[in-house]
Design a protein around this ligand. Structure first.
Ligand code: SF4
Ligand code: SF4
Length: 691
């Protein structure tokens, strides 16, 4: 009787501690800013739970650690039944779960998963202690060790309790279905009945105490994700992957106490705070981050951990102040340290290229980019504190509508071509209102010499294919992508609204861009401001023209070609097939993947407005990517983005490798083959793309 009373008291005490901590954690989340994350697409949400949570799909992107986690995760689900049985057995000899508790299949599953979880723990220790991947740098490793020992303890104690019950003939299942527990029961065959009973009691109690301790400890540890991961996946943004968090901005009518972006931890939304609580510290994001990989201080993992630690450090004080009333809470919030630089150094948030590798890698759907951009928004719009070289680009965007600071009238100069080329005659959209395609040239295509050649060649291809198309010429402005990602939402919104008005007036049937950033912004972000357009990236469009027989690559290009996937195509929009289809359609071209390709691509270093910032620390990202491309021993590095073109061409120049590898846009390679029908023409174009 006494043991039942003691166990009941312990259960109530641990449930009480768990509930109290859970109430505080919910209170912490409520300190965050409001954000509507009500799931509206139930089917998609159920699928996410099935695929990401139950199927562990994102974890399985890393085979061995993925299998390890899958075994432990599924083991825990199945072994919830053994936990019920263990507690039941303390209350009542021969306890079994009603209905299913004598089904041999369940007994066999339990046996299998006890071994599977132990195997998972051995794998976890070998990864952590032998392999020691760099992604764990900065994580709380000792805490993870405690948790692994606790899980191992839970498995070993239940296994031995089951074995003792078999030896006492008290086991609810036919032992022939539970061969592992049955084998271990031999350990106790030489003991007296009383001794076996004592062994059973010891292991049942040991098991129960570890479980109760674990229940409380996990709410204070990084294993909180066991509770929060499902919710974090449920409330994952339903925005398109490439769209930043919308921002209501009314600078003229703002009151003084309104904050722009995230200045303090409480300016992060409840979902961003939930992200912090859900971080498992696995470091998958860190391992994929181009900034971290090239020696910058930014680690997406440490950034998320820092926001969580700031919340946990001040959460109790804020909750206590909240109990005293709004004024006391406002005072406590005012006394919080600033997110930047007190919690996270400025340098860290400016290192991000918004490449999306972290978001893609995260097994629990944490959204790092939103948090980084919110901090940038505050620094730029409230404090005017940002890398000084950004100033020029922002001023140019405001005064001329493009980061190069060139006049809008010069947007059509690319049509003149080079001295060896015929000028192109392309109508303004007002002269060709029925055009099949509106060619969105983009600022880099209009003003950067290398990219002017790309848009010229792409326009030539459309002419050869017989596509009727027009341009906006001086009426086109920057889509606002760099301004938005630099945190200058006010500049973005002016540019975007201007472009949406222009496009709505032009009523394009289809927009084609050569820039993945323009493509992403028009497709995914303009709808936030009421602009809905059919837009396609030129690599996909060219693949369609080739497939439809409108472009016939006929000239042989006897080269090995590799392709650098732009982040804003592949990661943010799942666009990657067209470029490969184009290269594969070219006679003689031998396609070869880079080591990091497709969704695992490595950023060129120019996204997120970084095109307009200096890279002062570590190895340059474009140098890292160029080295990888050179290591592929390809003749041509194909690109599908004007920023990548600039960055990787510069990388090849810096490595003095122009003779070894040419950098060319997919459109340039295709035009080369389409126009080639004699060796003499081949010789005439041979120097193109060399830097
Ligand atoms: S978006 Fe890219 S650069 Fe930014 S933190 Fe994530 S992985 Fe790093
Ligand atoms: S943010 Fe996601 S990927 Fe990064 S350490 Fe945390 S759980 Fe792992």
């Amino acid at each position: 009787m006494l043991e039942k009373i003691v166990l009941t008291v312990l259960i109530l005490a641990s449930i009480g501690a768990f509930a109290r901590r859970s109430r505080d954690l919910v209170g912490y989340l409520r300190l965050g800013a409001a954000e509507d994350r009500k799931p509206s697409e139930l089917g998609r949400k159920l699928k996410d739970q099935a695929v990401v949570v139950l199927g562990q799909r994102k974890l399985l992107q890393w085979t061995l650690p993925g299998i390890m986690h899958l075994l432990i995760f599924w083991g825990f689900i199945v072994l919830l039944t053994t936990i019920v049985e263990a507690f039941g057995a303390i209350y009542q000899d021969g306890f079994h779960i009603p209905l299913i508790g004598r089904w041999e299949g369940l007994g066999a599953l339990q046996d299998f998963f006890i071994v599977a979880v132990l195997a998972g723990i051995v794998m976890a220790f070998s990864i952590r202690k032998v392999e020691r991947p760099r992604r764990f740098r900065g994580s709380h490793l000792r805490e993870a060790d405690y948790i692994l020992f606790a899980i191992a303890g839970i498995m070993v104690t239940i296994l031995l309790a089951r074995a003792a019950e078999i030896s006492l003939a008290r086991f609810p299942y036919d032992p022939s279905w539970t061969p592992i527990s049955n084998a271990f029961s031999q350990l106790f065959s030489g003991l007296s009945l009383a001794a076996r009973d004592a062994v059973d009691t010891i292991f049942l109690w040991w098991h129960a105490l570890v479980i109760l301790g674990f229940l409380v400890y996990l709410t204070y540890s990084k294993h909180l994700h066991i509770i929060t991961a499902g919710a974090n996946v449920l409330f994952t943004s339903e925005r398109p992957k490439g769209a930043l968090k919308p921002m209501h901005l009314d600078l003229e009518n703002m009151s003084e106490d309104e904050t722009i972006g995230a200045a303090k931890v409480t300016d992060l939304t409840w979902k961003q705070l939930l992200d912090g609580m859900t971080c498992t510290e696995c470091g998958r994001c860190q391992s994929q981050c181009p900034a971290w990989a090239t020696g910058k201080p930014l680690s997406p993992k440490l950034l998320i951990m820092d926001t969580r630690d700031a919340l946990f450090e001040h959460g109790d004080r804020l909750l206590a102040a909240g109990k005293q009333g709004d004024e006391a809470l406002a005072q406590a919030v005012a006394e919080l340290p600033s997110l930047n630089p007190a919690v996270i150094e400025d340098e860290v948030i400016w290192d991000c290229t918004t490449c999306g590798a972290c978001v893609q890698a995260c097994p629990v759907n944490i959204e790092h980019i939103d948090t980084i951009v919110d901090m940038r928004r505050h620094l730029v719009m409230s404090e005017s504190r940002f890398p000084k070289e950004m100033q020029n680009a922002l001023q140019n965007l405001e005064s001329t509508g493009n980061p190069w600071g060139r006049p809008p009238q010069s947007r059509v100069e690319w049509m003149e071509g080079t001295s060896r080329q015929e000028p192109l005659v392309i109508p303004h959209v007002s002269e060709a209102p029925d055009a099949e395609v509106l060619f969105w040239v983009g600022c880099a295509g209009a003003y950067d010499d290398r990219n002017k050649k790309v848009v010229y060649d792409f326009a030539r291809l459309m002419q050869i294919a017989g596509v009727s198309f027009a341009v906006l010429g001086p009426d086109e402005a920057c889509t606002g992508d760099p301004a938005r990602r630099m945190g200058a939402e006010h500049i973005y919104q002016v540019l975007a609204e201007q472009n949406i008005r222009t496009l709505n007036a032009a009523k394009p049937k289809k927009i084609v861009t050569v820039c993945p950033h323009c493509f992403n912004t028009i497709l995914n972000e303009y709808p936030q401001l009421g602009g809905n357009f059919d837009v396609i990236h030129h690599t996909e469009y060219l693949a369609q023209l080739v497939a439809a027989g409108k472009l016939a690559p006929q000239g042989e290009i006897n080269e090995t070609v590799t392709y650098h996937d732009p982040c804003y195509n592949v990661r943010h929009n799942d666009v990657w097939k067209g470029a490969r289809a184009v290269v594969e359609s070219i006679p003689g071209a031998r396609y070869k993947e880079l080591h990091r390709h497709g969704h695992s691509t490595f950023c060129c270093g120019a996204g997120g407005g970084r095109m307009w910032m200096e890279e002062r620390m570590g190895k340059k990202m474009n140098a890292e990517r160029t080295d990888e491309a050179l290591a592929s021993a390809s003749d041509t590095l194909a690109v599908g983005c004007p920023y990548c073109n600039i960055m990787l061409s510069d990388g090849v120049t810096e490595r003095a490798a122009g003779e070894q590898m040419a950098v060319k846009d997919i459109a340039q390679i295709l035009l080369q083959s389409v126009e080639l029908d004699s060796p003499s023409q081949q010789t005439a174009r041979d120097g193109e793309g060399r830097v």
